[in-house]
Design a protein around this ligand. Structure first.
Ligand SMILES: [Fe+2]
Length: 242
């Protein structure tokens, strides 16, 4: 008997194996629905992992602290009371917000000096590129929109749409803070990342203009205490960045 059928038969006979009370009517159809839901969840995770690997191949992930930043983003979302569906989108957006940089030439991505006006204009296309790719994946449409707006500023001076305040999706506002913090503290071949305390100071300084103050406050409230551990795990001493 195929394993799937065997498992189905076992679960039909012993519904408690699913961790539910035996009074729940686990019909074969209900079990099949649950299996499909699990397959969809697994597929979703695989897609996130695969895209994340692509970012690694292009050296667009900054390692351990990027992943930790995504976790902190999720905690900000939970603290701010986001619904489960929004948290799922937040996980995608936090991990894959810069996926559109795959479409930016390496000469621009890795340019050691300042970008000229044309190069910067092209770099600013990456949220749209990310949106264009992710929106094609069923179930990722909303996260694609959140990624589209991850460089908006609450004062309306961001891009691509110049949205202001609550016009910007809350998931995007959270990712904006995470992304900015990650960019500030990450070292590049041509520059050393900022000390995390200086990065936090800049987040606070730009609260209400670039960043949503509630998001900044929430992020700092728990991230600060765990910062040293994360930097140590990433192989970067906090003091070495000074
Ligand atoms: Fe970005």
């Amino acid at each position: 008997m195929p394993i799937a059928l065997l498992v189905t038969a076992m679960l039909t006979e012993h519904p408690a194996l699913l961790g539910v009370a035996s009074s729940v009517p686990w019909t074969p159809d209900a079990i099949r629905v649950k299996q499909v839901e699990e397959q969809v969840t697994a597929l979703r995770s695989s897609v996130i992992c695969a895209f994340n690997q692509l970012l690694d191949l292009k050296d667009l992930n900054t390692g351990v602290h990027s992943t930790r930043l995504a976790e902190w983003g999720m905690r900000v979302g939970q603290e701010l009371g986001l619904e489960e569906s929004e948290l799922q989108n937040l996980e995608v957006a936090a991990l894959l917000h810069d996926i559109g940089k795959m479409g930016i030439p390496d000469a621009i991505l890795r340019k050691p000096g300042r970008l000229d006006a044309d190069e910067y204009a092209l770099m600013k296309k990456h949220p749209e590129y990310g949106w264009a790719v992710l929106r094609m994946l069923p179930g990722f449409e909303r996260a694609a929109l959140d990624i589209l707006h991850h460089h908006e500023n609450v004062d309306g001076k961001g891009y691509p749409a110049g949205l202001q305040g609550s016009e910007i999706p809350i998931v995007s506002r959270i990712v904006t803070v995470i992304d900015a913090f990650d960019a500030m503290v990450s070292s590049r071949p041509y520059r050393v990342g900022l000390p995390h305390q200086e990065a936090i100071r800049r987040l606070v300084e730009s609260s209400g203009t670039q960043f949503d103050p509630a998001v900044v406050q929430c992020f700092i409230s728990f991230a600060q205490a765990e910062m040293a551990t994360v930097f140590a795990a990433a192989g970067t001493s906090v003091s070495s960045a000074l």
